[in-house]
Design a binder for this molecule. Structure first.
Ligand code: O2Y
Ligand code: MN
Length: 602
């Protein structure tokens, strides 16, 4: 397809404006075909950006190494450019849209002016969610990075059908990305062009636009992911009455063949991908994956909340992923069709990262240096990534692309808490569940000798991802609970990371988390036992299936105990956390906090 074939006047004018400003040498419309993927990937190999891996190890796969200054999402350079600062709220960086557009788009001095000189502008029409789903949303990303094209083709559904729907008037999110590194005629390119001193990852919620400049990495550049599917989508969800959440979605099947779907929110790097692909240790139980990072959820006509995974791939953190921690992620990578970023390369054309089961004697580290086992130097960057298609995950659920989504029975929230917080806690009501979500936190440092570590609150695991005022976001969650006829999921707070006073972990985690999922599954059916405590409904020790686990009775009791004094010490921290939201904090959450305090002191 060529530009002249576009019919929609809005798309044509938008595209022309950006071509005029960025002045690329060439414009290519992406059609989502394997042929085009291979062409772009081969071009990247020729340019030294991609290294082709050994087909016997990782078929049709590539490795890329980024600039040392461009290795992760940069929250300090991420902005919500709402008309009013109040609408970005206290948890986001804000700049007035006119000011941001002046910096980025001014025809004389804007950073985008001439930024694609010497490069190709790719036009990527993509769908977040299955193309035919009523829950899906469309976008077009313009980018001057072939690396972004390949990754977007794995992570989203790139298709000309999207352009056709947009041509017929379907709404779309306008996404523009540039690495910010124009090339003069004859100038040699680098392997990872970027502009680290001028990075802007900006969102315009009122006009549903994303402008990203200067970084080629992950969430800064693959604009369908955090920028669209969370920051812009939270605004769309608020306006349209649905939920866009930083949640995995898993399918749980009991030995009797009954099925429930659970959505779970954990802060970044808390093992979400591992939980989404878990191999249960409990005999007869099965976990299958719908998604590992983001969930979009809408009520259907019967009041059932149904979820889709808006993504088509996994952009997983590589270090720590192993046959022990996540065998299904390893198998997904071994199927190939992958892009690995900032991992180490072995002599036989495979990849290596810390935590992998077999450590090579030598390899080439992510900085292209020879690396030796036991050298004490990390071979892969701690935020190195694999990008792989979800469809080839061995435990992907058959219905993962069901356009109607899957019915959600329970929400889980959790962080890393060495003390105070029990293994699992069921909310007393929807409002109490929203309170639990709003107080999701991890300890900044591990709590030593039983003391409570300082808490880093990450409400709903959405701190860097909510595209509007988080106080209003809490209110949105509360409003969802008032929807007439809605079948509301139950809400749970889980903590896999509690330690005993002597510092040993109380819970094995990984596949044994299925024991907690089993209790939740049975609670949803009104079957499992619980005791009402000041903090919520907790399982009795008998209600959790500890069979086959080598755990002392004391540890089991401790894991499920309520540390009332510890909770009392947390209350002032929650108050301080809530103060940030000023008048935007819903009164209901203050009521929930007061009720907790009263129950703890009763
Ligand atoms: O550093 C990045 O750009 C990746 S961040 C990321 C990637 C996949 C899933 N989740 C996250 C996250 O930060 O939550
Ligand atoms: Mn994430």
């Amino acid at each position: 397809m060529e530009i002249k074939d576009l019919k929609n006047e809005e798309v044509k004018a938008w595209l022309k404006g950006w071509i005029d400003l960025c002045t690329p040498d060439e414009v290519v419309i992406c059609d989502g075909s394997q042929e085009q993927y291979d062409k772009v990937a081969n071009g990247l190999v020729k340019a030294g950006v991609f290294i082709k891996l050994n087909d016997d190890k990782k078929p049709n796969s590539y490795a890329a190494r980024s600039d040392v200054k461009d290795v992760a999402r940069v929250e300090s350079r991420t902005f919500i450019c709402s008309e009013k600062q109040e609408d970005a709220g206290p948890t986001n960086n804000w700049m007035a849209p006119s000011e941001m557009r002046r910096i980025l788009c001014n025809a004389e001095s804007g950073l985008y002016k001439g930024c694609m000189k010497g490069r190709t502008m790719y036009v990527i029409p993509f769908s977040m969610g299955p193309v035919s789903s009523p829950i899906s949303k469309y976008g077009i990303e313009l980018t001057d990075s072939g690396y972004v094209v390949c990754n977007m083709m794995i992570m989203t559904r790139v298709s000309l059908a999207v352009l056709e729907a947009i041509d017929k008037g379907r709404e779309f999110v306008k996404c523009v990305h540039s690495v910010g590194s124009p090339l003069e005629p004859g100038q040699a390119d680098t392997c990872w062009p970027c502009n680290p001193d001028n990075r802007y990852i900006t969102h315009f919620p009122e006009t549903r636009e994303i402008l990203s400049f200067g970084s080629g990495y992950g969430g800064n550049a693959l604009l369908g992911k955090k920028c669209f599917a969370l920051r812009i989508a939270t605004v769309q969800a608020r306006d349209e009455g649905w939920l866009a959440e930083h949640m995995l979605i898993l399918k749980l099947t009991s030995p009797e063949g009954e099925v429930k779907y659970v959505a779970a929110a954990f802060p970044s790097a808390c093992g979400k991908t591992n939980l989404a692909m878990m191999e249960p240790t409990l005999p007869g139980w099965k976990v299958e994956t719908i998604g590992d990072d983001i969930a979009w959820m809408k009520f259907d006509a019967e009041g059932q909340l149904r979820a889709i995974n808006p993504e088509a791939g996994f952009f997983g953190v590589a270090p720590g992923t192993s046959m022990k921690s996540n065998p299904n992620a390893m198998r997904t990578c071994n199927m190939g069709n992958a892009v690995f970023t900032n991992v180490a390369l072995t002599e036989d054309g495979d990849v290596y990262w810390e935590g992998m089961d077999d450590v090579p004697d030598t390899c080439v580290d992510w900085l292209r240096r020879p690396w030796k086992k036991d050298s004490g130097v990390k071979a892969a960057h701690p935020n190195s990534r694999f990008t792989v298609p979800a469809r080839q995950c061995p435990v992907i659920a058959a219905e993962w692309e069901d356009p109607q989504g899957v019915p959600i029975s329970a929400f889980l929230f959790g962080g890393r808490r060495a003390s105070v917080v029990p293994l699992v806690n069921e909310a007393l009501s929807w409002e109490h569940g929203v309170f639990l979500g709003s107080t999701t936190a991890s300890e900044k440092t591990a709590a030593a000798d039983g003391k409570v570590g300082e808490l880093r609150f990450d409400p709903f695991a959405m701190l860097p991802f909510c595209g509007y005022n988080m106080g209003d976001y809490f209110a949105h969650w509360l409003k969802i609970g008032t929807k007439k006829g809605a079948k509301l999921p139950r809400i749970y707070y889980v903590n896999w990371f509690r330690k005993a006073p002597d510092g040993h972990w109380l819970w094995p985690g990984f596949g044994d988390n299925s024991r907690v999922l089993k209790w939740i599954f049975d609670r949803c059916d009104g079957k499992a036992e619980a005791r009402e405590t000041p903090i919520g409904n907790l399982p009795t020790v008998q209600a959790i299936d500890f069979s086959g686990l080598d755990m002392s009775e004391e540890d089991k009791e401790l894991l499920l105990s309520v540390d009332a004094e510890g909770w009392k010490a947390v209350v002032p921290e929650i108050k301080k956390h809530y103060e940030k939201f000023g008048s935007k904090l819903p009164a209901e959450l203050v009521k929930q906090l007061e009720a907790l305090e009263k129950r703890l002191n009763a």
